[in-house]
Design a protein around this ligand. Structure first.
Ligand SMILES: Cc1cc2nc3c(=O)[nH]c(=O)nc-3n(C[C@H](O)[C@H](O)[C@H](O)COP(=O)(O)O)c2cc1C
Length: 234
C-alpha cells in the first residue's frame, strides 16, 4: 500500500466484524510496530494481545464503566479532551463530539464482538512521546492488512484492575499507555477530511506569519480521485 494512502485513510474504526485476525497477520503488525523510533532505543514497551472471550467480556464491562466515568467528567467540563483548539469552530467540534460519542456507543455496545484487544505498556513513556510512534505504526500496519481499530485511553481509569487481570509486573515500572481494539471493519475506509487545513494550523518563522502555502483540499488521493472502497468511515 502507498504510504500516503495509509497516512490519509487510517481512520479510527469502531464498527468491527468478529472474525479473528490470523496470527501471522498479528505477527506482521507487531513486527512492523517494533521498528518504530524510541528514545535511546531502550524499547521499554510491551504489548499484551487479548483474544480470550472471557477476558474480552471482562474488559467490555470495565470499558463501559470507564466510558461512563469519562462522559461524566466531560459533562462537567473536567475531562482531558474537552476543549477544541483555540481558533477552531466550536459548533463543528460539538458535532464531531456527537459523532464520536455515537460511534463510541456502538463500540461499547458491541465490545464483546471485538476479536482482538492490544494493551500497550511502557516504562516511562515520556508523556506518550516514547510510545505513540509504535502505536501509530500498529494502526498503519493494521491498515495495510485491512485491519482497523481504535486507540483508547479510558481503561487507564481502572489501571489496577487491568494490571491484575493481565498479570502486569508493575514493580518493574510498567504502566498502561493505551488499549487498541482491532478487527476487520464493517465500514469502508475514508480520507480523514474533517481536519483543519495546513494553513490554519501552521506558520513560518513566527507564530503570526503565514505558512506560505494554502491547501484547501486533502492532497491525497492525487487529482481528487476516490476509489470505490474509499467512501465513508466507521
Ligand atoms: C490519545 C488519543 C486517545 C483517544 N481515545 C479514544 C477513546 O477513548 N475512544 C475512542 O473512540 N476514540 C479515541 N481516540 C480516537 C479519536 O477520537 C479520533 O482519532 C478522532 O476523533 C479523529 O477521528 P479519525 O481518526 O477517525 O479521523 C483517541 C485518539 C487519541 C490520539
Amino acid at each position: 500500500m502507498d504510504i500516503y494512502e495509509a497516512l490519509y485513510t487510517t481512520r479510527m474504526m469502531r464498527r468491527l466484524r468478529p472474525d479473528p485476525i490470523p496470527l501471522d497477520t498479528q505477527a506482521r503488525i507487531l513486527d512492523a510496530a517494533v521498528r518504530a523510533p524510541n528514545g535511546a532505543n531502550t524499547q521499554r514497551w510491551h504489548f499484551v494481545a487479548v483474544d480470550d472471550p472471557e477476558l474480552i467480556r471482562e474488559f467490555g464491562q470495565l470499558f463501559r464503566q470507564a466510558r461512563a466515568l469519562e462522559y461524566e467528567k466531560f459533562s462537567t467540563g473536567t475531562g482531558p479532551m474537552v476543549a477544541p483548539a483555540p481558533g477552531s469552530d466550536p459548533a463543528a467540534h460539538a458535532e464531531t463530539m456527537r459523532w464520536i460519542k455515537g460511534s463510541g456507543n456502538y463500540l461499547a455496545d458491541h465490545f464483546e464482538e471485538v476479536p482482538l484487544l492490544l494493551f500497550v505498556f511502557a516504562i516511562d513513556d515520556l508523556g506518550g512521546a516514547n510510545i505513540y510512534p509504535a502505536i501509530w505504526s500498529i494502526l498503519l500496519a493494521a491498515r495495510a492488512e485491512g485491519v482497523g481499530g481504535v486507540m483508547t485511553l479510558v481503561l487507564r481509569n481502572f489501571e489496577d484492575r487491568v494490571n491484575e487481570l493481565l498479570g502486569v509486573p508493575v514493580e518493574e515500572g510498567w504502566k498502561m499507555s493505551a488499549m487498541l481494539t482491532l478487527g476487520y471493519p464493517r465500514g469502508k475506509w475514508g480520507v480523514a477530511a474533517n481536519r483543519r487545513p495546513v494553513q490554519e494550523v501552521s506558520s513560518r518563522n513566527h507564530w503570526d506569519s503565514p505558512f506560505g502555502v494554502e491547501v484547501p483540499q486533502p492532497l491525497w488521493p492525487p487529482h481528487g480521485e476516490m476509489t470505490s472502497d474509499l467512501a465513508a468511515t466507521g
